[in-house]
Write a protein that binds this ligand. Sequence first.
Ligand code: MRU
Length: 369
Amino acid sequence: MNINGTPYRTIWLADDGRTVEIIDQTKLPHLFETVALTSMDDAARAIRDMLVRGAPLIGATAAYGMALAMREDPSDGNLSAAYDALFETRPTAVNLRWGLDAQRTFLAPLAPEARAEAAYRRAAEIADADVAICSAIGDNGLMLIRHLWEGKPDKGRLNVLTHCNAGWLATVDWGTATAPIYKAHDAGIPIHVWVDETRPRNQGFNLTAFELAQHGVPHTCIVDNAGGHLMQHGEVDLCIVGTDRTTANGDVCNKIGTYLKALAAQDNGVPFYVALPSPTIDWTLHDGIRDIPIEQRAAAEVTHLWGATGDGDTATIRVIPEGSPVANHAFDVTPARLVTGLITERGVAAASRRGLATLFPELADRRRA
Ligand code: MRU
């Protein structure tokens, strides 16, 4: 996608063929800065401190982190040490484990001297595959959006609500929840997006609004609690969100607050779709509320806010009283029964074991075997 007219992916290899470059997402939308990752530690820090975030991009960065590690030391010992160090960076997005497993399975049988080059190649394949998957999610979601829009008696604007950032910044390109939105906009469907704030880190305001604006998609920023009110007044035709981990039975873990949107959507008869690439499905889990680890993040994300000041600078301010205790659960789980459908690269599935297994029989079978 474009930033100020220049096409970018969220992660790419520098001209030296070794350094990995990323966009520092902690600075958007007020500052645009790229960061060079030259070691496995850099990659781990970028994931932990959320310079990169979003499940698919976390997976791709971890895959490149393994390549950086193999350049530093391609021994068996470092293969497993790098896996462990990267695995510990963030607990909820299962794409992290997926990217690391893909690398370890590929690299382990190779002679150490062949590993670095192979790891870079595999990381590039993972990144390219993510772009293709997200584009396919966009095509499948577009069919759904077109159908909804054609069913609107007035053919007026189609209002989509999204939460957090499951946009191109959360993937390598296109996004998951935003891919159908971009494709619908490009196809001439008058789409408008309600962008949830997404406290505490404001990924909706900082990232989703930024990227929609860059692409010229009409949108309106709303505070986190406005969605239910808009749904009651017929102002939301459809919700589409992303996910960090979806269990084999279709329970969806996503940014904190997603569950409340799904409840409001069900109460108001608004379709609630989740867009996801297959690496986000955790075939080993069958009960999202019980089994998905929910990341607890630093209190500072809740106690403070970062933004631009009137004089063009940026500043961090405290927004709660000194000394008040804070809890910061980063994700929640929306039970499958509240999800209208899962938009994947292979089509739209029911949020159920059977729905997912019908679209991905080989993955479901491998887990059963
Ligand atoms: O904490 P974050 O910013 O990594 O959380 C991101 C989300 O919750 C996204 O919705 C999810 O990763 C899907 S990204 C395509």
